[in-house]
Design a protein around this ligand. Structure first.
Ligand SMILES: Nc1nc2c(c(=O)[nH]1)N[C@@H](CN(C=O)c1ccc(C(=O)N[C@@H](CCC(=O)O)C(=O)O)cc1)CN2
Length: 281
């Protein structure tokens, strides 16, 4: 077994992004990312702080708008509209999850697709599925970078994605398909799931269930990517894959923490930089 070190790859990419940011600044463009956080979800607060820190560390302009939990949906939509028209910001993102009284669908639709660095706007999702992406959701984009970095051959390989969310499962499947893998999407209602996962050369698990995939669900030599982040009663973080059971079966495996997570934020920086670089064209 070899570990896929997401933390190390993210650090390497950040150094490369910093160079690109400096270059863009010589053309008078300072890439800007604005993050909107509604409420006080403790995990979201950490992710948002990390996004701001990372953006600043690579030389980008960054700000976080912290809004009260009880903000009205219309107020949030108006704010997004103002940011859509503000040239300071090349990337706008709304941290998820949102409070229950706010429609996630309406909010994501309000962000102009050119600034939607999360790639969650239906137009960006559609463009990805049409094979002509503008913005790609950060988690699957980061996974593709990891597979590239570790020279994982995808063409003609059997990939199984467990999870069908708009944020990870669906875009992941499409990116793997664009790389000529033969892709199956499985989910919580899939019958005989293990039969499917055992056929996977590349297994991506994003089902949100603690250590859901074990020894008997993985083919010998498979590449296993774990998107899960589940905290146990002691606060210890576990993936959707039982790392201890699977580590000696897989040829490559991502740890949790230190695998997919760090790449998610770095790919967000990359998308923001790309959005700013488009201003040159
Ligand atoms: N607007 C968005 N909201 C959310 C997204 C997203 O991509 N866009 N994804 C997640 C949260 N998320 C980024 O926002 C995120 C989650 C986790 C990590 C990470 O680095 N995890 C670490 C472990 C952290 C810990 O100890 O808790 C790791 O895996 O090593 C980065 C980003 C939902 N919301």
């Amino acid at each position: 077994m070899k570990l896929i070190d997401g933390k190390a790859l993210a650090a390497k990419m950040q150094a490369e992004l910093k160079v690109r940011v400096e270059k863009l600044k010589t053309f008078g463009i300072v890439p800007g990312l604005i993050v909107i956080l509604v409420g006080e979800n403790p995990a979201s607060q950490i992710y948002v702080r990390n996004k701001e820190r990372q953006a600043t560390a690579i030389g980008m302009k960054s700000s976080v708008l912290r809004l009260p939990e009880e903000i009205e949906e219309v107020e949030l939509l108006n704010l997004i509209e103002t940011l859509n028209n503000d040239d300071t910001w090349h990337g706008i993102l709304v941290q998820l999850p949102l409070p229950a009284h706010i429609s996630e669908e309406k909010v994501l639709l309000a962000i102009t697709p050119e600034k939607d660095v999360d790639g969650f706007h239906p137009m960006n999702m559609g463009r990805l599925w049409s094979g002509n992406p503008l913005m790609i959701p950060s988690t699957p984009a980061g996974i593709m970078e990891m597979l590239r970095e570790y020279h994982v051959e995808l063409s003609g390989k059997r990939a199984v994605v467990v999870g069908r969310s708009n944020i990870v499962g669906k875009p992941m499947a499409q990116l793997l398909m664009m790389a000529d893998a033969t892709v199956t999407i499985a989910h919580s209602r899939t019958k005989n799931l293990s039969e499917l996962t055992r056929q996977a050369d590349i297994l991506v698990v994003a089902i949100g269930q603690d250590r859901f995939i074990g020894r008997n669900d993985v083919k010998e030599g498979a590449v296993v990517i774990d998107v899960g982040m589940n905290r146990d009663e002691n606060g210890k973080l576990h993936g959707d894959v039982d790392f201890e059971q699977v580590k000696d079966i897989a040829s490559l495996i991502t740890p949790v923490p230190g695998g997919v997570g760090p790449m998610t934020i770095t790919m967000l920086m990359e998308q923001t930089l790309r959005a700013a670089e488009r201003k040159l064209k």
